[in-house]
Design a protein around this ligand. Structure first.
Ligand code: KG4
Length: 336
């Protein structure tokens, strides 16, 4: 049983968690979303500065909540990538300082492995499984044949699905982050707009969300130029059907091809109500579905601690010369 302190700062949440065996003793998240909303998206430079301001406060709160201190830990874990370079730096430097000062091993954790393993807070992972990673920065289908063994079988060739939601929301005049407002409007709308699904019928499992975004942007501009009313609920419904349909279609195909025991949703977009509903309808017999609770769909350090607890067992520790990697691939999570 290990005591792990984990830090997450890859985007716009500063987070610290303390995990003792399978007991989550502290889970502190300081979200910057209200600041970035003004700009309609995450401003990397501002995000880094806010991480710097927040990290010590989050650490202090985590120690208080857990009734433990850094010296009580067995290891310090941190998100090394992928993410925004300046943001990752802040978390890594904090983790290195703690590891150095308290003579603790440093565990570098892949952010998406965190999103996938967040599901261990819900139930046992059964292998082989298919992880559907849908977030603000990533869209990947990951085949996990055994514990901590990741193979990317499909990924976005351009934008991530969450990024697409956020950009479409901006064009429709909805607030950032756009996922939830679009989801809410979609519940009241009908699929009446014709929006083509990019790469439909392709043989591989890749995605293109930039193409989808451009279709919606062009459609909205055309309607505006023609002086036509944009029926917001219907537009959101039409867009959401296509955006989530692309995920569902490929997931069904891959689950069958790879003969998986489980399908696991991961990342911020797994909060989407239609995606959850469709997946629940499709996977309930031979293939089990795990859906993360809403508290761990967005970025947090509890998921980083979970991965670290596995890496601690195999002593996958990093030297203090460790650097961040904004483009770290999940199938190379042992290379640092
Ligand atoms: O996992 P996350 O914090 O991002 C990264 O780590 O990259 O997810 C944030 C993303 C945002 O793009 C947000 O718009 C989207 O998740 N999101 C949703 C929903 N709730 C949040 N997208 C679709 N439907 C939702 N209900």
């Amino acid at each position: 049983m290990s005591k792990i302190l984990a830090i997450e700062s890859s985007c716009d949440e500063t987070a610290v968690a303390i995990l003792d065996g399978d007991k989550l003793l502290a889970n502190i998240i300081s979200s910057q979303v209200d600041v970035h909303r003004k700009y309609g998206g995450v401003m990397p430079e501002i995000a880094s500065r806010l991480h710097l301001e927040n990290i010590a406060v989050c650490l202090k709160e985590a120690y208080e909540q857990a009734g433990l201190k850094a010296e009580d830990m067995d290891a310090i874990a941190v998100t090394r990538g992928p993410g925004l370079i300046g943001c990752l730096h802040v978390g890594l430097q904090a983790a290195k300082a703690l590891a150095f000062a308290h003579h603790k091993p440093l565990i570098p954790v892949h952010h998406l492995a965190g999103h996938i393993y967040a599901n261990e807070y819900v139930g046992e992972l059964k292998f082989p499984l298919l992880a559907v990673v849908v977030s603000g920065g990533n869209t990947e289908l990951v085949y996990v044949d055994k514990p901590m063994s990741f193979h990317i079988i499909g990924e976005t060739m351009d934008d991530a699905i969450g990024e697409c939601y956020d950009k479409v929301a901006r064009v429709l005049g909805l607030p950032y982050p756009g996922g939830l407002p679009i989801d809410q409007h979609a519940q009241k709308g009908k699929h009446t707009y014709d929006i083509p699904a990019p790469l439909k019928g392709h043989k591989d499992y890749n995605f293109s969300y930039s193409g989808l975004k451009t279709s919606v942007v062009n459609l909205v501009h055309k309607l505006k130029q023609n002086g036509e009313e944009i029926r917001l609920d219907d537009m959101c419904r039409s867009f959401q059907d296509v955006a989530t349909g692309m995920i569902v279609e490929r997931t069904v195909k891959a689950a069958e091809e790879y003969q998986v025991k489980q399908v696991v949703l991961a990342g911020g977009v797994s909060a989407n109500s239609d995606l959850r509903k469709r997946m629940q309808e499709l996977f309930h017999n031979d293939v089990e579905l795990i859906i993360p609770p809403l508290w761990c769909t967005t970025d947090n350090a509890a998921m980083i601690a979970k991965v670290a607890s596995h890496l601690y067992e195999e002593k996958l520790f990093a030297p203090l010369s460790l650097a961040v990697d904004p483009n770290w691939k999940i199938d190379h999570y042992r290379d640092f």
